[in-house]
Design a protein around this ligand. Structure first.
Ligand code: SAM
Length: 342
C-alpha cells in the first residue's frame, strides 16, 4: 500500500464553536407524508419534485461520512419515512454501522401507518426502538388532526412493532382544546402497554391554516395537571434527544417533555438535520443551512463532503429563538417540520 493511500481509521469528531460534539444525525428521507397533520402541514402542500431528492445511496454516503466523524445515532424521519420507495434498502445498508460498532443506534420516527408492513424488517435491520407519533386515541379526532388518517391502521402498526420486539415510544403534540383532555388517557394507555410517552410543544414552523397561537399549550400546564393526580419523579433517563423525563410512580412508566417554547434545551444540543435534498440544517429553529448535495455530486471522493461538513458545523448557532405570540404573524421558520424532519 502506498503511503498516499493510507486513510486513518479515526477522523476527528465534529465539534461546534460552543464545544458541543455532534453525535446525532436526523435524516429526512422524504418531505411527503400520507397524513396532513393540521399543526404540521397545510392541506395543499406542494412537494418537492422527485428529481431533487438525494438517492438512497447518496443518503447512505452522507450518513456514513457523519458516522466516520463521530455520529453515534441516526434517526430516519420525514415526511413519513416509510412511504419513501425502497426505504428498507437504506435501513439494510445503514445497519452495517451497527454491526461494526461504529453506530449505537439506528432508529426512526413514523406515523405508524406503514409499520404493520415493515416492523419485522426494521427489527431485522437492527432497529430496536421506534417513535410513533400519535396525538389522540379517538378515531374521529384522529381523522380531524391528520385530515384523513385511519387510527386503526396505526394501532395495528404499533402492535406489529411490539410483536417484532421493537420498543415503541409514543410522541404526542400537546394541542390546546384538541387533545389536552386526553393526555392522561394517552399516558395510561401507553404505560399499560409498557410504552413511554413523550409530549411535545407545538413549534412555529411553516405557514399553516389555523393560527398556532390557538394550538399552543405550554407543557408546564400539562405537567401541573398531571401532578394533581400522579406523583412525578424526575428521571435521569435520556435517549440522546431533547426530552426530559419523569417517572410516574402510579403507572411505573416514563413521560418525556420536549419544551422548545417554554424551556430552551439548546445548551446540550448534539444534533444536526439532513433534508431529503441534501441540505444540512445545523438547528431546527434557524434558517441557516449548508448544501451537501453539491459536494457529493461533484466528486466520488469524500474530501469535498468532509470540507462542507466541517464548514457547516462552524456555523451551528447557539440556539433557536422560537416565539409564538399575537404580534408576530409569521412563523419563526418558513419551512414546515416535514421538510427538516421531526
Ligand atoms: N411522519 C413521521 C411522524 O409522524 O412521526 C415523522 C415526521 S413528523 C414531522 C415528526 C414529528 O414532528 C411528529 O411527532 C409530529 O407530530 C411533530 N411535528 C410536526 N410539526 C410540528 C410542529 N409544528 N411542532 C411540534 N411538533 C411537530
Amino acid at each position: 500500500m502506498l503511503l498516499e493511500d493510507f486513510k486513518p481509521l479515526t477522523r476527528p469528531p465534529l465539534v461546534d464553536p460552543f464545544g458541543r460534539e455532534i453525535s446525532y444525525l436526523r435524516i429526512s428521507v422524504t418531505d411527503r407524508c400520507d397524513f396532513r397533520c393540521v399543526y404540521c402541514m397545510s392541506e395543499d402542500m406542494t412537494f418537492l419534485p422527485k428529481r431533487d431528492l438525494l438517492t438512497l445511496e447518496e443518503v447512505d454516503r452522507v450518513a456514513t461520512a457523519f458516522v466516520a466523524r463521530g455520529t453515534r445515532k441516526l434517526r430516519i424521519t420525514g415526511g413519513e419515512p416509510l412511504v419513501r420507495r425502497d426505504i428498507m434498502n437504506l435501513f439494510r445498508s445503514l445497519s452495517r454501522h451497527l454491526a461494526s460498532g461504529a453506530l449505537d443506534e439506528l432508529t426512526l420516527t413514523t406515523n405508524g401507518s406503514q409499520l404493520e408492513r415493515y416492523a419485522s424488517e426494521l427489527a431485522a435491520c437492527g432497529v430496536r426502538r421506534v417513535n410513533v407519533s400519535l396525538d389522540t386515541l379517538d378515531p374521529d379526532k384522529f381523522r380531524k388532526i391528520t385530515r384523513w388518517g385511519d387510527l386503526d391502521k396505526v394501532l395495528r402498526g404499533i402492535e406489529a412493532a411490539r410483536a417484532a420486539g421493537l420498543r415503541v415510544k409514543i410522541n404526542a403534540v400537546a394541542l390546546k382544546d384538541v387533545n389536552e383532555d386526553e393526555i392522561e388517557g394517552l399516558m395510561s394507555w401507553a404505560h399499560g402497554l409498557g410504552m413511554d410517552l413523550t409530549l411535545i410543544e407545538v413549534m412555529p414552523l411553516g405557514e399553516i391554516e389555523p393560527g398556532r397561537i390557538d394550538q399552543f399549550l405550554p407543557l408546564s400546564i400539562v405537567r401541573a395537571r398531571l401532578m394533581d393526580k400522579y406523583t412525578l419523579d424526575d428521571d435521569p433517563y435520556r435517549t440522546g434527544g431533547p426530552a426530559r423525563y419523569v417517572r410516574v410512580r402510579e403507572t411505573g412508566g416514563l413521560v418525556g417533555f420536549i419544551t422548545p417554547m417554554t424551556h430552551n434545551f439548546c445548551e446540550s444540543c448534539n444534533r444536526v438535520r439532513l433534508t431529503c435534498t441534501g441540505t444540512l440544517y445545523m438547528c431546527l429553529g434557524q434558517e441557516d443551512a449548508a448544501d451537501l448535495r453539491a459536494p457529493i455530486r461533484a466528486s466520488g471522493d469524500d474530501t469535498l463532503l468532509y470540507r462542507a461538513m466541517d464548514e457547516a458545523i462552524t456555523r451551528k448557532p447557539k440556539g433557536h429563538d422560537f416565539v409564538i405570540d399575537r404580534r408576530r404573524a409569521r412563523p419563526a421558520v418558513g419551512r414546515h417540520m416535514s421538510v427538516t424532519g421531526g
